[in-house]
Write a protein that binds this ligand. Sequence first.
Ligand code: SAH
Ligand code: SF4
Ligand code: F3S
Length: 494
Amino acid sequence: MQIIDRLEIERQNHFVEQIRLDHRSQNAGDNPVIRYSIRTYGCQLNENDSEKLAGQLHQMGFLPAETLSDANLIILNTCSVRENADNRLFGNLGRLKQQKKDNPDLLIAICGCMMKQSAHVERIKHSYPFVNLVFGPQDIHKLPEMLYTCLYHQKKLYSVGDQDTLAEGLPILRSRKFRALVSIMYGCNNYCTYCIVPYTRGRERSRQPEEVLAEVRAAVADGYQEVMLLGQNVNSYGKDLENRSDRPADFARLLAAVAETGIYRIRFMTSHPKDISNRLLETIARYKNIESHLHLPIQSGSNRILERMNRHYSREQFIDIVQRARALRPGLTISTDIIVGFPGEQEDDFAQTLDLMNIVRFDSAFTFQYSQRSGTPAAKMPGRIPEAVMSERFRRLLELQNRHSLESNQAMIGRKVEVLIEGPSQTDAAILSGRTACNKLINFRIPDLNMLPEPYRLNNDQPNGRALEGHLAKVHLCRAKTFSIEGEMEMLLL
Ligand code: SAH
Ligand code: SF4
Ligand code: F3S
């Protein structure tokens, strides 16, 4: 592992300064020469990386473009977790080819997990030679130097590092006002046999607890009500750190220390079932500002398949964790990830998944059809499931989960809950969206706009959803849908 020390960040700052000065001299008016657009695919860890890219671009004096076609620097931060993620990149690159023809000065950069697979980099070299810069998830901190090279020396740079890095002290421009994403560790050591992540993100490495806590406190000082602690398996946080009693170097203690900062709400993901400790469940029970929700991916309900997936727990152990967690924190919701069609999955294995779902009754689930990832052990396993069988099982899985999700939402009706507002709803600006402490998506109306102070109203008698982002409302829940609950605001809390 390579720890990126302050000296390296200072070296990068030298490039930041060079670009910034040059940018300013070319830019007499208010119209900056470089306007950027970052497209992010994949998980919240990737989103968090994009926020660090944006932070560095701002330091260089660049501003975000209003639209993709206004941008003269486009960064695509890719994900490789399933095949459709790969396809999206190449679809977008096809479209960008024309934009580059119209504007030869356009800089196109591609980073993220896909770039750790040399086949993709080779394809870009040969079929998309107009791409200027390629780098990997471990090279985020080198953006100033790489951009400098592209801008002033050579038009093209393929620079995917092969060392696992841990960079501290990068500037960050957060994309949301209601939630601060805080990566507590990088990489994954679990090697689930279907998964590409250990190959793209490298080995597990934890940030020092002091660094995590400092970032959380800074977010609180910036007015954030919510932090989301991120890692591929947060429960193995600290395994690579010095174990001392005076610092929170395991996840249960880190979570408690974050809760002690007094922040309104803490979310975290993802918890691997094999590493859930009693102490963690007790911590979740003790602090009311820790979300009343656990994302606990089961992947399959069949012990035979779980073993082939290298998950290191059984369905019985999973059910036991769920029961203990619910007993310790009444009202806790549980969401999961499920894969159908893993190689060798028989009808009986699938039936066990449905059976487990009926026992646990997940409040929500992300469901996936198995996607073969080259280089992973599962790609070489016999027993590929035909497409038709996979989609038929997927349909049954979804049908059952939708029923459970709706029932879970129905159980909330009549309650009054605190909702952290995320903004206007996607379909109607008169409706606001947000989430409860148990991670339910709530869409709510404001029965009388006079309930909102002046700055939170728009001229056309609508709530100013953007201005309300990050505020809290008390909402009466009225009607359950499968993926959300409709409600009415009782009052704005802050
Ligand atoms: N680290 C997290 C999740 C990472 S990826 C965890 O361990 O749970 C998010 C989800 O994508 C996984 O939980 C899994 O359900 C799904 N996934 C990963 N690889 C996949 C593949 N090859 N095909 C289908 N789904 C996959
Ligand atoms: Fe992938 Fe498993 Fe690691 Fe999650 S724990 S990122 S599913 S290898
Ligand atoms: Fe995708 Fe990489 Fe995240 S593969 S899911 S962006 S860690």
